[in-house]
Design a binder for this molecule. Structure first.
Ligand code: FAD
Length: 473
């Protein structure tokens, strides 16, 4: 019987456990143990119920374009629970000089594809609009060294585009800065489009025309689950072998021994043939220190950022007073602690009763470590003050919840892809080891799901136990 340990019970580790369970059910002679230091499984996927509202503490949805999370949901019987974002009301505002300005129609990520809405939008200065027109003639650029997203966007559209769109959009996704994140790791499509078409505008338009010619049905931008992201965790936990799950058990060390791995966790050591580490790369670095210092150093070089999410529930009068749309983003130049806010009652209407407004705020940026240390009242005070200034929202929330996420979002810096190659080369020297999680090939939930399944494929093929054959049930 081949024994496999998984360390980390977030969505990456649970996806790995589920993939192993599928193999076990299809007759593979394997058993697995998943160690999770927290008392609950799911990592940053946490859904609460507050005053009839469904509150997501971490991710609220996943991007529809990446299929792996939705595919997993279908596989575990949640296909009929998948819901799309309410894109009919999809409007996002950017805070510019203390005023909310609507993002113009036709922006694909940050690339303008419709002329008129962009020309008339107060979001950009005349100078940037001229740059946008000139961008149309940007010559193709041979793939060269990696650069930051800010550098690439600046080359195409100028600095204002970085400040007003690229940076806020990336803070919303990565909690990071456009001036730090690698374009090749974070926006690989942009690097490809530039190499092939030169102009990002022309490339996006070509992609859109192709999609329209293929008559692909319009899909919602975001997908989620009716009862929240916790539903995915609960369904996975129900599908894996309960005897394999060890919660409230922290793995303290992993040592390669006798062609396998000795894992010390809690007060016990156990020997396994293979090991899947499914936790933030920085934590994985500490765990692998004894096994391979070079690998540990590479993993430790992947930066992580922290964030705080604050959910506020308001009454019907507030709901009526709020602007339509999904919410707003705040550029760094506005010097706020709030980076973004989502009007959940518009994005996923059934998540708040009709007489409630549910606003979810994100705090991040350079001051977030300091903010995390504040008590709840102080954080609430900051959020309320900024909502008052931005939305004129002075009302007292009926309820609120605050969640602190320390070092949970990986920041792929320039050279990340080269680092991944070095990590892979070092990993291959340690037999039976696979790495999963948001530190490597994508931080979104779908990427993490895929990383867990791929880690299983790696360790099982190393043991000659992998075949892509469909499981029995
Ligand atoms: C606030 C927030 C909002 C987000 N929003 C979105 C979104 O809307 N859409 C989207 O797609 N993605 C979003 N993400 C990103 C995505 O949710 C995460 O990247 C993903 O869930 C990470 O999953 P994971 O399993 O790799 O890591 P984690 O969820 O961090 O799980 C790792 C687990 O390992 C455990 N662990 C750590 N050390 C040990 C140890 N020594 N022994 C045992 N266990 C250990 C931890 O307790 C934890 O449970 C968001 C993330 C955050 C924080």
């Amino acid at each position: 019987m081949a024994r496999i340990a998984i360390i980390g019970g977030g969505i990456s580790g649970l996806s790995a456990a589920f993939a192993l369970e599928e193999k076990r059910l299809s007759g593979a002679a394997i058993e697995y143990v998943l160690y999770e230091s927290a008392p609950r499984l799911g990592g940053v996927l946490v859904t609460d119920r507050v005053d009839g509202c469904l509150v997501e503490a971490g991710p609220d949805s996943f991007i529809t374009e990446k299929p792996w999370a939705a595919d997993l949901c279908r596989k575990i019987g949640l296909g009929d629970q998948l819901i799309g974002s309410n894109d009919a009301d999809r409007k996002t505002y950017i805070l510019i000089h203390k005023r909310l300005v609507e993002m113009p129609d036709g922006l694909m990520f940050m690339v303008p594809t419709k002329i008129l809405p962009t020309v008339f939008s107060p979001l950009f200065s005349l100078r940037t609009k001229i740059r946008m027109a000139q961008e149309w003639f940007h010559p193709p650029r041979k793939a060269s060294a990696d650069e930051t997203v800010a550098e690439m966007v600046k080359r195409h559209y100028g600095a204002e585009m970085v400040d007003r769109l690229a940076d806020p959009l990336l803070s919303g996704i990565y909690g990071g800065e456009a001036s730090q994140l690698s374009v090749r790791a974070v926006l690989p499509r942009f690097a490809e489009m530039e190499a092939k078409h030169g102009s990002l505008g022309r490339a996006m338009l070509a992609a859109r025309s192709k999609m329209m010619a293929a008559k692909a049905p319009a899909r919602p931008l975001f997908t989620s689950l009716r009862d929240g992201m916790q539903q995915l965790v609960d369904a996975l936990v129900a599908r894996v072998d309960a005897r394999s799950l060890r919660t409230s058990v922290t793995a303290q060390s992993v040592i390669p021994q006798n062609g396998g791995w000795t894992v010390s966790a809690g007060y016990q050591s156990d020997h396994f043939d293979a090991l899947i580490i499914a936790m933030p790369a920085r934590a994985a670095s500490a765990l692998l220190q004894q096994a391979d210092q070079n690998l540990a150093a590479e993993l430790g070089g992947i930066a992580y950022s922290s964030s705080v999410t604050v959910a506020l529930v308001y009454d019907e009068a507030v709901r009526r007073s709020l602007p339509p749309g999904f919410g707003f983003l705040v550029p760094r130049s506005e010097e706020r602690r709030l980076m973004a806010a989502t009007f959940v009652h518009n994005k996923f209407p059934h998540r708040a009763p009709e007489n409630r407004a549910l606003i979810r705020c994100f705090l991040g940026g350079p001051e977030v470590e300091q903010t995390m240390a504040y008590d709840d009242d102080r954080i609430l005070g900051i959020v309320r003050e900024e909502l008052q200034q931005i939305l004129g929202l002075g009302a007292e929330p009926l309820f609120f919840r605050i969640y602190r996420w320390r070092a949970s979002m990986a920041q792929y810096g320039v050279g990340h892809l080269e680092r991944l190659l070095r990590i892979e080369a070092l990993r291959q020297k340690l037999p039976g080891l696979a790495l999963a999680g948001n530190g490597f090939n994508g931080i979104g939930v779908p990427d993490c799901v895929r990383s867990g399944a791929e880690a299983v494929a790696k360790v099982l093929s190393g043991m000659g136990l992998w075949s892509a054959a469909a499981p029995r049930s």
